[in-house]
Design a protein around this ligand. Structure first.
Ligand code: FAD
Length: 432
């Protein structure tokens, strides 16, 4: 005999758990099936979550959620050789925690908290079980899943399997995304202790730093490095397109190591204890990776699995968009259920909601960015030209060196003419 739930949700990441939370809140009986031994066991991310989506829908979360630090300092570094130029933006000190728009967190702890919230509303979370297939009824409507050989029936199925879309590919919902828009992220967790972090970063206990790097720590590879301060730890890592990893014949372990040992980062993490290393796929295609049809008869696709992730080079946003897509999926199912419908047309309402939401608006606005970020110029030539300029401006000796001729020479030696620069600026105008 098979079990029956209102909704089966495949995957217990932020998207799946958000769907479960909102469905249970609306009176449904959803079950989340997660292949990890506990929610969060299989998830990897850098370290920052944007608050607006929680402010809107999770009352009291600022006191309850596992926040490591509130992000007040934003840093952006460009390195060439051992030289580094850094922009350090410290937001004004807020009067209360309620004003911070983002925080650092460990995704495993955050997902465990989301799981608790969903269970409090009445959802069931089943960990350590992998969904192998979706069952369609005689009318072609998704009506259950097979998990570890057992059948579980449901009126609706929500696919929240994350970026590794094996099930969606098997079901023909999406084709394997191209290498060009697939990226690999690596992350290391270094233990330093609270006091040491505060001393090195000039922060208070609650205060977090988000730091992005381009240029030499990654040896000119198209991609970016990141560093986030947690309570007792610092996370460092990089996100690099898979096509680049192949081209440069470099392993992700090498990339993590050279990032950690670069002077711009080493001064922050030296003497720390390396606690953890992890790697995970992610998407960088923005709108290009978004599923044309994130719905079908009896099913919806949410979060990374639907392509709702935005990497702008200075921020990476997946968790907030995953939570929002889960909310919209729950709203769609609620509406379809009230109309007693499970067909494709009824569930297509989800796509409309997504397009009008923060997800659609952001992905459309940044639709040209992924192509712009492919430019090698940004990762090798640009940092070198900037370093030459800064070296001239801030080195004083007997020579008289004006900055403008240095800029001209530097551009010339990198084979960059006015036309290339103008084109780059025009493309930046359309992309950023
Ligand atoms: C290196 C790196 C850094 C990142 N940094 C950030 C950041 O700082 N901020 C941010 O907002 N986002 C960041 N992201 C992106 C963010 O992690 C994702 O966008 C987010 O986790 C998406 O949530 P999700 O629920 O869609 O997918 P996931 O979090 O991947 O969850 C999917 C879940 O489904 C489970 N699953 C898969 N298949 C099955 C199956 N067949 N049966 C059962 N369970 C299954 C998996 O085990 C997993 O738990 C980063 C990503 C990477 C790789």
């Amino acid at each position: 005999m098979s079990e029956k739930f209102d909704v089966v949700i495949i995957g217990g990441g932020p998207a799946g758990l958000s769907t479960a939370y909102f469905l249970a809140k609306a009176g449904f009986e959803p079950v989340v099936i997660e292949r990890g031994q506990e929610p969060g066991a299989k998830n990897v991310f850098g370290g920052r979550i944007y608050s607006y989506v929680l402010d809107k829908h999770f009352p009291g979360w600022r006191k309850e959620a596992p926040v490591e630090r509130w992000v007040r300092r934003e840093k952006l570094s460009m390195s060439c050789g051992d030289d580094t130029i850094t922009i350090d933006f410290a937001k004004k000190k807020p009067v209360s925690d309620d004003e911070f728009d983002s925080f650092t967190a460990f995704l495993s702890k955050f997902v465990a908290w989301m799981s608790e919230k969903a269970e409090e509303q009445g959802a069931m979370v089943l960990s350590g079980s992998k969904v192998d297939d979706v069952v369609f009824d005689e009318k072609g409507i998704a009506s259950g899943v097979f998990a570890d050989g057992e059948r579980i029936d449901a009126d609706y199925i929500v696919i929240a399997e994350g970026v590794n879309t094996l099930l969606s590919e098997k079901l023909g919902i999406r084709v394997k995304p191209p290498l060009e828009t697939t990226a690999l992220g690596v992350k290391e967790v270094v233990r330093l202790g609270k006091e040491e972090i505060n001393k090195r970063f000039g922060t208070e206990d609650w205060e977090g730093v988000a730091h992005f790097f381009i240029g030499d720590p990654l040896k000119g590879i198209a991609g970016g490095g990141f560093l986030y301060t947690m309570g007792e730890y610092v996370t460092i890592g990089a996100v690099i397109r898979l096509s680049e990893v192949g081209k440069k014949e470099i392993t992700m372990k090498d990339i993590a190591e050279q990032l950690r040992l670069h002077p711009a980062i080493y001064e922050y993490v030296k003497g720390g204890v390396l606690m953890e290393y992890s790697a995970h796929l992610t998407r960088e295609g923005g709108l290009m990776d978004v599923l044309e049809k994130p719905y079908g008869p009896g099913y919806l696709v949410v979060g990374d699995a639907a392509g709702y992730i935005l990497n702008t080079g200075f921020t990476i946003r997946g968790v907030d968009l995953a939570i929002e897509s889960g909310r919209l999926a729950a709203e769609t199912i609620n509406k379809a259920h009230n109309e007693n419908k499970r067909d494709e047309e009824a569930l297509s309402h989800y796509k409309k909601l997504v397009e009008e939401s923060v997800i659609g608006r952001n992905l459309r606005e940044y639709r040209n960015l992924p192509k712009f970020l492919e430019k090698d110029l940004l990762y090798g030539d640009l940092p070198e030209i900037m370093c030459e300029l800064f070296n001239t401006a801030y080195t004083t000796d007997e020579q008289v060196t004006r900055i403008y001729p240095v800029l001209m020479n530097s551009l010339k030696s990198h084979g960059i003419g006015w036309f290339t620069l103008l084109k780059l600026l025009m493309e930046a105008r359309r992309s950023i």
